[in-house]
Design a binder for this molecule. Structure first.
Ligand code: A2P
Length: 271
């Protein structure tokens, strides 16, 4: 299955019937990529929603991620098995390394990333997963990984929105055919009051959220918005009936940086 152009995020989707309802609403609205992670501690709930959605397994694109405390070959293999069991599935469409081991915290960061990647390559060989990639990797993390990998990462999921465009990492990935996905594509609300985005929303008859998501799609980025609100879930996928002009794309691309969370992959320490 090809990777869909937009996904639905499950970070902080409640581990309850409300979460199941949100995911079922998303699938009903047309989302097919459901992005999760062991760290979100709701994979059983996600599995329940996938089963209840009524959409065939092969029509869905399900992602999970291995958390830093589970990195290394053996621990990654075990973490994958746990996620698969919790989700109630017999394969995943994509498995990602959630955060890179970084030189800030680990002398052997290259080896940690490389041995984790070996496990992902093995899972791909075994047909347990259809594609493999990374998340929050900068070119400085990707360079040594690519040097030791047999199979290069297919995807890098990074924080990205109109107020935090990650131009250097995106260009680096594009040159190597690594698809970029965006987490927090709405900047977790930080971009909603931006005057340019507000004026573009008025101009195109859309919301700021839709302008942001459309900017991402037109920039070859796969956004992973999340919401528990049915109207906003539908609104966020209703972005394929308009086109932002080149001039307006350029204006967004010239905005100062204002939408970042501050979670620098070389500064955070998740273990
Ligand atoms: P809610 O679940 O109440 O809709 P991000 O994906 O950038 O991390 O942002 C997620 C946050 O943005 C969630 O708190 C979500 O809240 C809110 N959100 C999602 N879609 C929209 C939208 N279209 N308009 C306003 N807020 C939104």
């Amino acid at each position: 299955m090809l990777i869909p152009a937009i996904g639905f995020g499950t970070y902080r989707t409640p581990d309850s019937s409300e979460g199941v309802a949100a995911i079922c609403e998303a699938i009903k609205s047309g989302y097919r990529l459901i992005d999760g992670a062991a760290k979100y501690e709701n994979e059983k709930m996600v599995g329940t929603a996938l089963a209840e959605s009524g959409v065939a397994r092969q029509a869905l694109f399900v992602t999970s991620k291995v958390w830093p405390t589970d990195m290394g070959y053996d621990a990654t293999m075990r973490a994958f098995e746990r996620s698969l069991t919790d989700l109630g599935l017999d394969y995943l469409d994509m498995y990602l390394i959630h955060w890179p081991a970084s030189p800030t915290h680990h002398n052997d960061w290259k080896e940690i990333n490389a041995s984790t990647w070996k496990a992902l390559e093995n899972l791909l060989d075994l047909n347990c997963v259809r594609s493999i990639g990374v998340s929050n990797f900068k070119p400085s993390h990707l360079e040594p990984l690519l040097a030791s990998a047999n199979i290069p990462p297919m995807v890098n999921q990074i924080e990205c929105n109109p107020g935090m465009r990650q131009q250097a990492t995106r260009e680096w990935c594009a040159e190597r055919d690594i698809v970029v996905e965006a987490w927090s594509p709405l900047g977790r609300g930080r971009i909603f009051e931006n005057p340019l985005l507000l004026s573009l929303a008025r101009k195109y008859g859309k919301t700021v959220a839709q302008i942001a998501l459309r900017w991402e799609v037109q920039s070859d980025i796969i956004p992973i918005p999340k919401s528990v609100n049915p109207d906003r879930i539908r609104q966020n996928i209703n972005i394929f009936d308009f086109h932002i002009s080149d001039e307006d794309m350029e204006a967004i691309n010239s905005l100062p940086i204002f939408g970042e969370s501050g979670l620098d992959p070389d500064a955070v320490d998740f273990g």
